[in-house]
Design a protein around this ligand. Structure first.
Ligand code: SAM
Ligand code: SF4
Length: 327
């Protein structure tokens, strides 16, 4: 359906858990005090009820995210539900964003259930640096999962958050590695979502920096490649690679935003960069599915025009970290 600015909203990102087996320091604090209470986490059945409402309203693409979606208990049931909807042609695509730690165990299941394109978040190819960024993550484990998924025929896009003085020296390596493995690659600007210990402006690097380095080394030409996400894609002339740049700070893409988000405690956010949300739990508890659809349709219609991120200021989103709404 259309929102009040005429944007077609057909894409949802469902955060099935806010828990994670890593602690990327730009995502959430090590001692995150804002995890959702266990008793408030929706059952898979409730996630399915919300998803049915969204499908009714014309949402065609579902991206499963988190926290780490593959550690959510019951995730297989939810993915199987989405696959049934896809087989009935109620959905166009089931997508997943994962940190890759559990991918070895899930790759076959994902492939069988029509999850044929996944985003794997990977900010470094250096195991020490990877461990530092993620607070203890094991790079070899993630690489093993990526290989398994790719060997099965799942298309991989690597998402790399650009971090000043941390991984800005790995842009060329990332391009070469993705190209040689036939993956796509996107660079993302860090967003001021949640107050972490570090100042966002000390972490932030514009994607223009990566674009310049890649252009100098491999040559970039605009690509017609399009997805339903916010990446602007280019082709590298000298290596075989589609590379995208996601620029929520330096050049926001709100006028073409087609998304809304659902959190694992049943809140629907029409905009990642806005504090406004609607709580769906009362309608779930009362079994009011028709009312729930009306609420969802109101939220879609009233989606804010844009976000107001300012990397130089304290975030106006304080207690919600990216692990809550996912990406
Ligand atoms: N755990 C999964 C993963 O890492 O892919 C899914 C959830 S994670 C929150 C989704 C994406 O958000 C990841 O690509 C991560 O790098 C990105 N992300 C987390 N915090 C961010 C921030 N403050 N700014 C920009 N991207 C962020
Ligand atoms: Fe976990 Fe993903 Fe956040 Fe890293 S970015 S801490 S993997 S939710």
């Amino acid at each position: 359906m259309l929102d009040s600015f005429g944007r077609k909203i057909n894409y949802v990102r469902v955060s099935v858990t806010d828990r994670c087996d890593l602690r990327c320091d730009y995502c959430m604090p090590l001692d995150n005090k804002n995890f959702i209470k266990k008793k408030e986490i929706l059952t898979i059945q409730n996630l399915i009820t919300i998803s049915k409402g969204l499908i009714y309203l014309g949402i065609k693409k579902f991206r499963i995210t988190g926290g780490e979606p593959l550690i959510r208990k019951g995730i297989r049931d939810y993915i199987e539900f989405l696959n049934t909807q896809k087989n009935k042609k109620n959905l166009e695509e089931i997508l997943l964003t994962t940190n890759g730690t559990q991918l070895s165990n899930y790759a076959e299941f994902l492939f069988k259930n029509n999850v044929k394109r996944i985003n794997v978040s990977l900010d470094s190819l250096d195991s020490n640096k990877f461990s530092l960024i993620t607070n203890g993550g094991l790079l070899t484990n993630v690489l093993k999962g990526i290989k398994k998924a790719s060997d099965l025929g799942i298309k991989i896009k690597i998402n790399t958050v650009l971090l000043k003085d941390v991984n800005d020296d790995e842009i060329i390596d990332m391009v070469k590695w993705c190209s040689s493995n036939n993956f796509k690659l996107s660079f993302i600007e860090v967003m001021p979502i949640g107050d972490t210990l570090k100042k966002r402006k000390d972490q932030y690097l514009s994607v223009e920096f990566a674009k310049k380095i890649i252009n100098q080394n491999f040559g970039l030409i605009k690509s017609n490649h399009k997805t339903s996400g916010p990446s602007k894609y280019f082709e590298c002339k000298d290596v075989k690679l589609i590379v995208g740049f996601i620029s929520p700070i330096s050049n926001h893409f709100c006028s073409t935003c087609n998304r809304l988000r659902v959190t694992s405690n049943g809140k629907v956010f029409p905009c990642l960069g806005d504090n406004g949300s609607k709580d769906l739990v009362p309608y779930l508890k009362a079994g009011q599915e028709i009312q729930l659809r009306k609420i969802l349709s109101n939220v879609i219609f009233n989606k804010p025009e844009k976000h107001y991120f300012d990397i130089n200021k304290k975030s106006y989103i304080k207690e919600r970290f990216m692990n809550t709404t996912g990406g």
